[in-house]
Design a protein around this ligand. Structure first.
Ligand SMILES: C[S@@+](CC[C@H](N)C(=O)[O-])C[C@H]1O[C@@H](n2cnc3c(N)ncnc32)[C@H](O)[C@@H]1O
Ligand SMILES: [Zn+2]
Length: 420
């Protein structure tokens, strides 16, 4: 089982994986992210994913500063590194003492080595800060676990579903460490891959009006289940849906011991008839129904799960990430359509523990209220004045998250349009 103790990688690296300094001259830099220059070469690289990498660097830095033993080496593992941009940024920006960059494709070796050599061509103290390998991620992670080499941050940036790597990643993670997961399995998230979501995440997913939040909750639920199996529990640091791809990302902290295991893990029920969403625990199975008048039509109810029903983010971590982004001058620059300040403030709002899963699109409220869409900000303010939690969703531009029942949302929308 994972232990908080770190090993010294400098002694234990197997010889074939060690970086040889007399490699080819690094290729010309063609790209830069937040001041870090690199060459993507022939690797799969998307500049649109830069905000996801910014968030990872911010969270990793906060974690390095907060961890129980800040004097120990801070170790990161990038299991699917592509050109090595994340590994490079963990080294150059998050203050990693050592980074393991791995990609199954050994054709990428010159690119990754070239990029990491830019950070440190010759280690001054003779101790290498990075290593490059070309193994299947599960094999690499399992080997680290068997050698009792545990990491502070593990990044698994896979194509499709990442579910098959979660257990091995947890085993190679320090307790309290961060696992950054990426999934592009939008078919499962949107309810078109029932069998896939069941085999990958243990969740049965059907179409609901907030599929991209379901995608994040499916991923978190899968991780929560794997952690519980190993005797741990998880807390999401942040969950991030990016429309390009689309991509579902979650930074998860592995926590000591099992919690009750099910308070944040259950079923989400959406009623097509009235538009209300509710959450049900395992003890309520068999009682799933909607309180609306239309009780006779069983087909109006859609149930998905089990998946993560708890908060999507940790407000205190995101607040620290925002402060750091401001300090580093990252907060107010807009890259790839994302302004970190706006995104992080929305995530802080979304962390309100009173907010249930899901979001409601304005056009749905408008069409049920039979009025033109109320302005988003006005609706949020009115709901807050009525004592409800309400905020924007970082996932849906024209949607709100609220604990206000849909029937009251409709009344408030009518009131805004002076129809009540
Ligand atoms: C989405 S790309 C990584 C992009 C990179 N992390 C970035 O931020 O630019 C996924 C990478 O995973 C590698 N890969 C796919 N399956 C793998 C496996 N089972 N183990 C290790 N690497 C794998 C691919 O070669 C590819 O380079
Ligand atoms: Zn209903």
């Amino acid at each position: 089982m994972a232990s908080a103790a770190a090993v010294s990688f400098h002694q234990t690296l197997p010889p074939p994986l060690q970086h040889r300094r007399l490699g080819p001259t690094p290729p010309r830099c063609t790209h830069s992210e937040r001041g870090v220059s690199f060459d993507p070469g022939s690797a799969f690289y998307r500049s649109e994913s830069a905000p996801g990498r910014d968030l990872a660097v911010l969270a990793a830095t906060i974690h390095r500063r907060r961890r129980l033993d800040p004097s120990g080496p801070f170790l990161c593992l990038d299991a699917m590194c592509g050109c090595g941009i994340r590994a490079l940024r963990y080294l150059a920006q998050a203050g990693a003492d050592f980074v393991w960059a791995n990609d199954a494709s050994d054709a990428l070796r010159p690119v990754v080595v070239g990029n990491l050599s830019r950070f440190e061509p010759e280690p001054l103290d003779g101790q290498r800060r990075w290593v490059v390998s070309h193994l299947d991620a599960t094999r690499l992670l399992a080997e680290r676990y068997l050698r009792r080499e545990y990491f502070d941050v593990i990044d698994v940036d896979s194509f499709g579903s990442e579910a098959e790597y979660i257990r091995a990643a947890f085993l190679a993670l320090k307790i309290g460490g961060l696992l950054y997961l990426t999934s592009t399995d939008w078919r499962s998230a949107r309810g078109y891959g029932g069998k896939c979501s069941l085999s990958s995440y243990g969740a049965y997913v059907r179409p609901v009006p907030y599929p991209n939040e379901i995608g994040l909750r499916m991923l978190l639920g899968g991780a929560a289940r794997e952690a519980a199996m190993l005797g741990f529990h998880i807390t999401p640091v942040f969950s991030y849906y990016a429309y390009h791809g689309p991509i579902f990302r979650a930074m998860i902290q592995l926590r000591h011991g099992k919690e009750d295991g099910i308070s944040n893990y259950g079923f989400i029920c959406h009623c097509k008839s009235c538009g209300q969403t509710q959450t049900f625990g395992f003890h309520e199975l068999g009682q799933i129904s909607c309180r609306c008048a239309d009780r006779t039509d069983a087909t109006s109810i859609t149930v998905v799960g089990p998946l993560w029903t708890g908060p999507l983010h940790d407000a205190s971590s995101i607040t620290e990430m925002l402060n750091l982004a401001v300090e580093w001058g990252w907060a107010y620059t807009t890259g790839n359509g994302v302004t970190l300040e706006k995104l992080l403030v929305t995530m802080i709002d979304e962390s309100d523990l009173r907010l249930p899963p899901g979001y409601i699109r304005l056009d749905e409220i408008a069409s049920r209220a039979k009025v033109n869409s109320p302005p988003l900000g006005t609706l949020i303010n009115s709901l807050q004045k009525e004592g409800y939690a309400a905020c924007r969703s970082h996932i849906g531009a024209n949607a709100i998250k609220t604990n206000c029942p849909i029937t009251s949302c409709i009344e408030v929308a009518r009131e805004i349009r002076n129809l009540r």
